[in-house]
Design a protein around this ligand. Structure first.
Ligand SMILES: [Ca+2]
Length: 167
């Protein structure tokens, strides 16, 4: 009865929106976005919009985890849950401690709001390094290197490198 959708995300940053955003999301949806960061990095999530059918008390964050039975957004990493959210309060900024994060959106058979929008970003040493190399390739297009090993001089020229985000 649920329409399932699964999306795999790679790279260093991106945006995730609920189905039909900024219009109301459809009923009976079970969507999961999986973000896989380069090994050893972590992922930060920042919600910029949040309006999901409320269930339970909106006042108590302690109760929020046991409520949200109708529609909800749940953020997990392989070793546990980072939070389950519903209502119209913007969730806090979330940071994983592992290099994979799953964002699940579930909607039931009635009452829809316009959902959520979040921005995700990979953080960590490796991410920073890849990001800088990426910027060099993007902004110089042609990239030259030259160094000496013993008596041999090596020249490298790389051109038309469009993206290394698949690393
Ligand atoms: Ca609903």
């Amino acid at each position: 009865m649920y329409e399932v959708c699964n999306t795999e995300l790679k790279g260093l940053s991106g945006v995730i929106e609920s189905p039909n955003f900024p219009n109301n999301y459809p009923h009976n949806r079970n969507c999961t976005w999986t973000i896989a960061a380069p090994l050893g990095n972590r992922i930060n999530l920042t919600f910029s919009h949040f309006d999901v059918e409320q269930h339970g008390s909106q006042d108590s964050s302690a109760l929020a985890s046991v409520n949200c039975m109708y529609d909800f957004v749940e953020v997990r990493q392989p070793n546990g849950t980072l939070g389950r959210f519903c209502g119209s309060n913007l969730p806090p900024e979330l940071g994983s401690t592992q290099d994979k994060v799953m964002i699940q959106f579930m909607s039931d058979l009635s009452v829809a709001h316009n959902g959520f929008r979040l921005e995700w970003r990979v953080i960590g040493m490796l991410a920073d390094y890849i990001f800088r190399v990426h910027l060099i390739f993007i902004h110089t297009i042609s990239f030259r290197m030259r160094w000496k090993v013993g008596e041999t001089v090596w020249h490298f020229q790389i051109t038309r490198v469009s993206s290394i985000l698949s690393i």
